[in-house]
Write a protein that binds this ligand. Structure first.
Ligand code: NDP
Length: 256
């Protein structure tokens, strides 16, 4: 047994949506524990800034500009990570977006866009990373759900469906890949201050105050709140933890 079960030196992680928000918070945790990181997103400028930030923490980091809904692009991304960083031990499926409309107003193309980005992308990335994760000998997949994996909201039609789906997808993969010593878990963030929720706060009046009142911790989450859970779920410390969905929510999901 290693003297530090949270040590990620020698490990390589892919973080989709790792160029900002929660993905960058997760990547900070992994890099501080020694993992090399591939940042995957569409925005080249944001990804270059994230790579510089991660490199300053003393690890290797690369940006692979990729739309995670595009299977061929994801296949090329996986090849490049293996070629440039040597292996894949950790996959974080974090890329996500929302279109806020009630069920009767949401169009089919909007529904498909949210499901493709939040749920189908996790399937594509996990399926294509599986051979490398298996070869790692102790692979880790971390899928990002939401409070909308548990609760509903009138404006979260496709979003809630995608985030409920991600938890069930996590459980299926945890079962399938346990014989390969790959652990698959989900994180369910509460309300976190990021670009995504800055948009929501503009669209949904009173949201900011409701979140403060509804969260026992009495604050919005910060991207730094995700560093610790990332290290736990990516390291040997969690080798007997699989198929779970862990809230990181300041108590939001346990407040009556
Ligand atoms: P951000 O909007 O800050 O980040 C979203 C990230 O996803 C960006 O890095 C973006 O990169 C990437 N992304 C989106 N679409 C694609 C795509 N097609 N291909 C590649 N990358 C893509 O939001 P958050 O950090 O808040 O969200 C991160 C995850 O956390 C999402 O899954 C979200 O649903 C979830 N979440 C967030 C909560 C919150 O309160 N903030 C609460 C619960 C869950 P780029 O634009 O460069 O493509």
């Amino acid at each position: 047994m290693t003297s530090n079960r949270f040590d990620l030196r020698g490990k390589v992680a892919i973080v989709t949506g790792g160029n900002g928000g929660i993905g960058l918070g997760l990547a900070h945790g992994l890099a501080d524990a020694g993992a090399d990181i591939a940042v995957v997103g569409r925005n080249e400028t944001k990804s270059a800034a994230a790579v510089a930030d991660l490199k300053a923490r003393g690890v290797k980091a690369i940006s692979v500009v990729t739309d995670v809904t595009d299977k061929a692009a994801v296949a090329a991304m996986i090849d490049r990570v293996v070629k440039e960083l040597g292996r894949i031990d950790i996959l974080i499926n974090n890329a996500g977006m929302s279109i806020r409309k009630p069920p009767h107003e949401l169009e089919l193309d909007e529904w498909n866009k949210v499901i493709d980005t939040n749920l189908t992308s996790a399937f594509i990335c996990s399926k294509l990373a599986y051979p490398a994760l298996k070869a790692s000998g102790n692979g880790k997949v971390i899928n990002i759900g939401s409070m909308m994996s548990i609760f509903g909201a009138s404006f979260a039609t496709a979003y809630a469906a995608s985030k409920g789906g991600i938890v069930q997808y996590t459980r299926a993969c945890a079962n399938a890949w346990a014989p390969d010593n790959i652990q698959v878990n989900a994180i369910l963030p509460g309300w976190i201050d990021t670009d995504l929720t800055r948009g929501a706060r503009k669209q949904v009046s009173g949201l900011h105050e409701r979140v403060l009142a509804r969260t026992p911790a009495g604050r919005w989450g910060d991207i730094d709140d995700f560093a610790g859970i990332a290290v736990f779920l990516a390291s040997s410390a969690s080798n007997f933890v699989t198929g779970t969905a862990i809230p990181v929510d300041g108590g939001f999901s346990v407040m009556a």
